[in-house]
Design a protein around this ligand. Structure first.
Ligand SMILES: [Zn+2]
Ligand SMILES: [Zn+2]
Length: 348
């Protein structure tokens, strides 16, 4: 089969011919119907180096995958060949306290996982290929009626990551509250839809790019703010001076983190999802009282089931551009240039 492989750090991936995978006991091979191209893949190609992660190339890219069950290993029950499925992308040890409740991204025994702190497309072979080997059937989640694999693929990361970040703040988002989404890219625009579908909060979207703000409006944002020196003031004005109950930073640079603090309301949440590498000095007087600052990474398997339900019911629909496997490098190029709208999905 053909696969888009990252052969070494700081290099462009290459489309090459590799053997078809075969499932061992307890494993599943999925025929890929969609593999999302994630902004974090650019970090893999451009910035990561030996020692950044506990794993190294070569591996096939693509950590956002869905398709159809193609082959089942010995002992796998409850799935049938041809069944449409999504792949839960973080592959932990399966037995620690976190993995047992489906929170594999926070696995506490990573040395017992198929690869420490990774998954398909992150140290092991992912879905930018005709087939993907999933090392444990528990990561294969049946798709609900009404959702095809190409639509489901981006929900496994671009949907699941903002869903997890938003879900934990639900108690702070009653009617009358305000949520601020900083960064309306592949994840942020889905986040706006999730906020609208699951809370009654007013949603303010912030980005530097006019077309991203247009996309935010399309996704239901109540108000858009252009990122810049006046943004915090604008958010405070829009909230009667109080600030935003929940700020979700999908960029994570010094600038956006400072904006997040300046825009947050007392007792609010500032949740950092973007891996922009910025830092934030926290001291008693530097943030509004009782603001909780947290990072989140990906989401849980039960949450993926919930996101797929939102997708199947049409409440959350990532905006996507489809590329063939041979066009995957174009997709990343457009992402790098900032000309890609929404999420790129590779359909092999
Ligand atoms: Zn990702
Ligand atoms: Zn674990």
């Amino acid at each position: 089969m053909r696969a888009l492989r990252l052969k070494e750090w700081k290099s462009e991936p290459e489309l090459v011919e590799v053997p078809d995978p075969t499932p061992g006991p307890g494993q599943v091979v999925v025929r890929i119907g969609g593999a999302g191209a994630c902004h974090s893949d650019l970090h893999l190609m451009d910035e990561f180096e030996p020692g950044t992660m506990p794993w190294n190339p070569p591996f096939t890219l693509g950590h956002e995958n869905a398709g159809w069950v193609h082959a089942l290993g010995d002992g796998v029950t409850g799935l049938s060949v041809g069944q449409p499925v999504a792949v839960f992308g973080a592959w932990g040890c399966g037995t620690c306290a976190r993995c047992r409740v489906g929170v594999d991204p926070y696995c506490e025994n990573p040395s017992a996982a198929p690869v420490p702190s990774g998954g398909g497309g992150l140290g092991l072979d992912g879905g930018m290929a005709e087939f993907e080997l999933v090392p444990d059937a528990r990561h294969v989640v049946p798709l609900p009626e009404g959702l095809d694999p190409a639509e489901a693929a981006p929900l496994t990361d671009a949907g699941l990551t903002p869903y997890h970040a938003i879900r934990r703040s639900w108690p702070k988002l009653p009617p009358g509250s305000t949520a601020v989404m900083i960064g309306v890219g592949g994840l942020g625009h889905v986040g706006v839809q999730i906020l609208k579908a699951t809370t009654a909060a007013r949603v303010i979207a912030v980005d530097t790019r006019a077309e991203a703000l247009r996309l935010a409006e399309e996704c239901g944002a109540d108000r858009t703010v252009t990122s810049g020196p006046a943004a915090a003031e604008e958010i405070r004005d829009a909230t009667g001076g109080r600030g935003a109950d929940v700020v979700l930073d999908f960029v994570g640079t010094d600038t956006t983190l400072a904006l997040g603090v300046a825009a947050a309301r007392t007792v609010g949440d500032l949740t950092i999802v973007g891996i922009g590498g910025g830092t934030l000095g926290v001291s008693f007087f530097s943030v509004p009282y009782e603001v909780s600052i947290a990072t989140t990474y990906w989401g849980s398997r039960p949450e993926l089931v919930e996101v797929l339900d939102l997708g199947a019911r049409g409440l959350v629909r990532p905006k996507t551009t489809t590329f063939a496997l041979g066009g995957a490098l174009d997709a990343y190029r457009q992402m790098r240039d900032g000309t890609l709208e929404g999420r790129a999905v590779i359909v092999p």
